[in-house]
Design a binder for this molecule. Structure first.
Ligand SMILES: [Zn+2]
Length: 477
């Protein structure tokens, strides 16, 4: 720690450097040396020791955006409507990340959330947080249509449509508007509170609408992303056509104004030989079928044989008829070797207390987060908590996991009577939701329950980092 402070002080001792930062950020009055020190400190922590190689003109903006993103992330979770189905969340994040690779700014931060709302809607917030309502997935007729909506929202982010909006309002209103955007979409008690707050601030729904020019640009670039990533670029136009007759799509249409010209434009841009596009993935069809089942309490009739058997197995699993579920899944695995099928097989065999076979099925997958999550859960359900901890902890050391994975690891530690570590992963779960202060609170509780000085040292470093980040955000106000 000392050496970091010394490095920062050395950096600040070069007189040329701090004025450069001040001018580049264009906020001469607001930045004093202590704040620059904090900015540099965070950069040293989070990026590398060569913090000065980061383009200075982007530094302030990205921190500002990160701060707004943090507020937005919390407001998404405050709705209590994030879909907690691990496979659905992981799938959406993977699909989103595949698309961002072909966006205009692939290095930008993005994260994707499925929101448990029946209507067709999607939204983009600061720092690349994108939400898609469950209704959008369920009403899509192909993966290209869902990808089309995501590509459109991604383009709003990469083309800085939100930043341009920001310029028109002051920062405070922007944050309220961002919260309002998420809250309105979630349509719950918090939403009415946010609407009242925003009314006081004089923000109207119209302020969060994208302009017609923004829509054209997002369509144009979105279609390009679809095309480059192998999806049928007609997906977006098809979905827009459907929206016109959808009473449940009015919110989306209000914030993303649509016209016949726009649909025609999207169509024109995507006229290409209708071949070689990606077929719907089994992840897409199985997740859509499962979430439909949860909403309607019945299986949707499907022409595809694989998905029909998969859903018969899933329905039996949900009704705790594990023997019946096993018969269906055994039949499916003879003809279908997708990860989703192996994961369901593992979950069914785990319930039948056949842990070894269950783990074998999980190991047949590509070992993505969903598979690791359910494999760890199988260990938990079969009283092998230490094995579950080893598996999930190793994964989370190498990847930034979803909220659900941190919660599961915390639960495994509770079952293993290691409350200090249970608190630590609860803290990680809160931080993943943007709840930094609550995260610190949990870390503090972990400190009071541990007797290990090493662990206290680790926790102290984590707390210090979070406090510095909070300070930095507050300094930007
Ligand atoms: Zn739009």
């Amino acid at each position: 720690m000392d050496s970091l402070y010394i490095k920062i002080n050395k950096i600040l001792s070069f007189e040329k450097i701090s004025p450069f930062i001040l001018v580049a950020q264009g906020r001469i009055v607001k930045y004093n040396n202590a704040m620059i020190k904090r900015i540099l400190l965070v950069c040293l922590f989070s990026v590398n020791v060569n913090a000065l190689e980061i383009p200075k003109s982007q530094l302030s903006e990205s921190l500002q955006e990160q701060k707004q993103g943090n507020e937005f992330l919390q407001s998404i979770w405050d709705t209590n409507q994030v879909v907690l189905d691990v496979e659905a969340q992981v799938y959406l994040k993977l699909l989103g990340n595949q698309l961002t690779k072909y966006s205009e700014n692939p290095n930008k931060h993005f994260d994707f959330f499925m929101i448990d709302e029946d209507n067709i809607n999607a939204f983009a917030g600061p720092y690349g947080y994108i939400g898609v309502h469950l209704g959008t997935l369920l009403r899509s007729d192909s993966e290209s249509e869902l990808a089309g909506v995501l590509a459109h929202e991604i383009s709003h982010v990469t083309q800085n449509h939100l930043a341009r909006f920001d310029e028109k309002t002051d920062k405070q209103s922007y944050i309220i508007a961002a919260g309002l955007l998420a809250a309105v979409l979630a349509n719950n008690a918090n939403a009415s509170q946010a609407i009242v707050t925003s009314a006081v601030a004089g923000i109207t729904q119209q302020n969060i609408n994208f302009t017609r020019e923004h829509e054209w640009e997002a369509d144009r670039i979105g279609v390009k992303i679809l095309s480059k990533s192998g999806f049928d670029p007609n997906g977006m136009a098809h979905f827009f056509e459907k929206l016109e007759d959808e009473p449940d799509a009015q919110e989306f249409l209000r914030s993303h104004p649509l016209s016949i010209n726009r649909i025609a434009g999207a169509m024109r841009r995507s006229i290409q030989p209708d071949e070689g596009y990606r077929a719907d993935s089994f992840d897409y069809t199985s997740i859509k079928a499962r979430l439909y089942y949860h909403q309607h309490k019945r299986i949707k009739r499907e022409e595809n044989k694989d998905i029909t058997i998969y859903m018969q197995a899933y329905e039996a699993f949900e009704k705790q008829k594990y023997g019946v579920a096993k018969n269906h899944i055994d039949q499916l695995l003879l003809i279908n070797a997708h990860d989703a099928s192996y994961i369901l097989a593992g979950r069914i065999y785990s319930k039948l207390a056949k842990l070894d076979q269950a783990q074998q099925y999980f190991s047949h997958t590509k070992q993505g987060e969903s598979s690791i999550y359910y494999a760890a859960k199988a260990y938990l359900d079969n009283q092998q908590t230490q094995l579950g901890i080893d598996l999930l902890k190793t994964y989370l050391k190498q990847h930034s996991g979803t909220y659900q994975s941190y919660k599961l690891l915390s639960l495994l530690y509770v079952e293993n009577s290691q409350l200090d570590r249970a608190h630590i992963y609860n803290a990680e779960a809160l931080v993943s939701q943007g709840r930094l202060r609550q995260g610190i609170g949990r870390y503090e509780r972990a400190k009071t329950t541990t007797r290990s000085q090493d662990l206290i040292d680790v926790i102290d470093v984590k707390i210090e980092r979070l406090e510095k980040l909070i300070d930095l955000y507050e300094g930007l106000l």
